[in-house]
Each structure stands twice: as structure tokens, then as C-alpha cells.
Design a protein around this ligand. Structure first.
Ligand code: CP
Ligand code: NVA
Length: 304
């Protein structure tokens, strides 16, 4: 959020303090369990912009906003002029005259920030090449529903230290849990992110050894080996094969560890079918919680 802007954007987990993130999750839980189905956003419109494909993000935002009484406009791919026919800032200025809040899924994080700088309505980051904050808000909600407070717990991430992993890193610092990342050297978290962790006194550890990362962990987490923006699928498969979460690796974690994955997942690649469809997997709750967490985010952004 620009220092001069009174608008509440939701851009990246590390930009907000713990109390703010907690308030969003508390609101998400309240709305999830509300019996009276509050509709505070009658007459308000959410614009969703997708420069990359989506199932969960699109449906969870569309249904969530409608449940809250609001309207939704979804713009995808080349049907929008974003960054092609006009500047991102100009798109932000124009959309702000029509809608009350904007979500953007794009490649370059800078586009989300440029949109937020120019828009006079809140902007939500719906995934970039380097972050996925809405997903990890839903993931924290899911962990805590199943296992109680995440503070002081240990989460193990194996595989590519990608956009989803980066938001887990931000969450580890803000929600005060240990995050162990097992990944090949080529796919490590950025030096800048790890310098931020060190400056914040966070507990994020990077190793090549998935067994060591898994030992005693309370949650086992992974993601696709080939993200939407990756071109080198064959090389990634070769690099990431030793990092699959399977029954053997789950067996090294705490006996009550849960398995999490943002989806879409690939059985037999980053996760075995036995784990993904097994009793420790909470992936369908995790997917549903996208909507509840995002209702909390919408509520925070739209609160004057
Ligand atoms: N997890 C997630 O963001 O899924 P989609 O790409 O389907 O939105
Ligand atoms: N890392 C994945 C997440 C998809 C929700 C990607 O960026 O494609």
C-alpha cells in the first residue's frame, strides 16, 4: 500500500502485520459459520482480471462475492487491454470509476503494484510468478481448523520454492511457525526473500534433504513441479523427482501431520496418489477455504 493511499489493498502477506492478518482470518471464520448469511456488498462490484488460467481463484471469488450480496465482472486473457492497449495505471484509473474492488492474477508482481498505485479502489493479488497470498491465507485457516494454532508448529515444504512457497515463507514469519524447505539448489527461495526472513528473525530453513525437512513436521506441503510460467518442464521433473511427497516421506512427519496442496495437483509427480487421496490429506477443505479466506480479505479491504 502506498504510504499516501488510504485504500486497503491486499498485495503480499509480508506487507501486513500479524494483527491485521489475524483479523482477516477471524472475519473469514465468522463469515464461514454465520447463520444469517450477511450480504454487506449489495450494490458493490468486484472485477476479476485473469492473465493466467484459474479454476479455484475464479470460482471462489465469484461465488464468495455473490454470497456477500455483490456483483462480479470477470475479464480474462486478451479480452482486456491491461498492459497492451493502455498502461496498467490507466486501466486501474478507469476500473476504479466502475467497480469497488479489483483482483488481478498476472505474471509480474510489478503489475499488481502499478495497478494498486493508480487505482482508487482496493486491489487484491490473485497470484503472480512470485507470490500467492490469498492461497496461503486459506492454508493457514485450514491448518488451524484441523490442528489448532499454527504458532510454534513446523511446516515442511518440498519441491520448487515457487510463488506458493514464497507466500508460505512470508506467513511463517508473520504467524511465527517454523518452515523447512527441501528443494534443489536451482529452485531455492530468492536471496532477497531469505535476507528478509533473517532481518525479521524468522525460522525458515532451506535444505536439500527432504527426509530431514519432514522429520516431525505438523504439515507436509508441496506444489506442482511446473508452474504456469515455467517453460523447462523436463529439467524440472528431473530436478524435483527426489522431492515427491509419498507415504514413506509422510511416515517421517508427525503421526498426525496433515498433507496440503494448493491444487491443481499431479498424482505420481509432486505427490503420490496414496497421500493425496489418503486420510491425512486436507486438500478439499483447503480448496473450499479459498472462498472463506477471501471473504475475510474482501471484508478487510472494503472496510473504510
Ligand atoms: N490454487 C489456485 O490458485 O488454483 P487456480 O489456479 O485454479 O485458481
Ligand atoms: N505454482 C502454481 C500455483 C497454481 C495455483 C503456478 O503458479 O502455476
Amino acid at each position: 500500500m502506498s504510504a499516501a493511499s488510504p485504500v486497503r489493498h491486499f498485495l503480499d502477506i509480508h506487507q501486513y502485520d500479524t494483527a491485521t492478518l489475524r483479523a482477516i482470518l477471524d472475519r473469514a471464520l465468522t463469515l464461514k459459520h454465520a447463520k444469517d448469511h450477511p450480504q454487506p456488498y449489495r450494490g458493490k462490484t468486484l472485477a476479476l482480471i485473469f492473465e493466467k488460467p484459474s479454476t479455484r481463484t475464479r470460482v471462489s471469488f465469484e461465488v464468495g462475492m455473490r454470497q456477500l450480496g455483490g456483483e462480479v465482472i470477470t475479464l480474462t486473457g486478451k479480452e482486456i487491454q491491461l498492459g497492451h492497449g493502455e498502461t496498467i495505471a490507466d486501466t486501474g484509473r478507469v476500473l476504479s470509476r466502475f467497480v469497488d474492488i479489483i483482483m488481478l492474477r498476472t505474471n509480474d508482481e510489478a503489475k499488481v503494484h502499478e495497478l494498486a498505485e493508480a487505482a482508487t479502489v482496493p486491489v487484491i493479488n490473485g497470484l503472480t510468478d512470485v507470490s500467492h497470498p490469498c492461497q496461503i491465507m486459506a492454508d493457514i485457516l485450514t491448518f488451524e481448523e484441523h490442528r489448532g494454532p499454527i504458532q510454534g508448529k513446523t511446516v515442511c515444504w518440498t519441491g520448487d520454492a515457487n510463488n506458493v512457497c514464497q507466500s508460505w515463507i512470508h506467513a511463517a514469519v508473520r504467524f511465527d511457525f517454523e518452515l523447512r524447505i527441501a528443494c534443489p539448489q536451482e529452485l531455492e527461495p530468492s536471496a532477497k526473500t531469505m535476507a528478509w526472513v533473517a532481518a525479521e528473525g524468522g525460522r525458515v530453513h532451506v535444505t536439500r534433504d527432504p527426509d530431514a525437512a519432514a522429520a516431525g513436521a505438523h504439515a507436509m506441503v508441496t506444489d506442482t513441479w511446473v508452474s504456469m510460467h515455467n517453460k523447462d518442464a523436463e529439467r524440472r521433473h528431473a530436478l524435483l523427482k527426489p522431492y515427491q511427497i509419498n507415504e514413506r516421506l509422510m511416515g517421517l512427519a508427525s503421526s498426525d501431520a496433515i498433507f496440503m496442496h494448493c491444487l491443481p495437483a499431479h498424482r505420481g509427480e509432486e505427490v503420490s496418489a496414496a497421500v493425496m487421496d489418503g486420510p491425512q490429506s486436507v486438500i478439499w477443505d483447503e480448496a473450499e477455504n479459498r472462498m472463506h479466506a477471501q471473504k475475510g480479505i474482501l471484508n478487510w479491504c472494503l472496510t473504510p
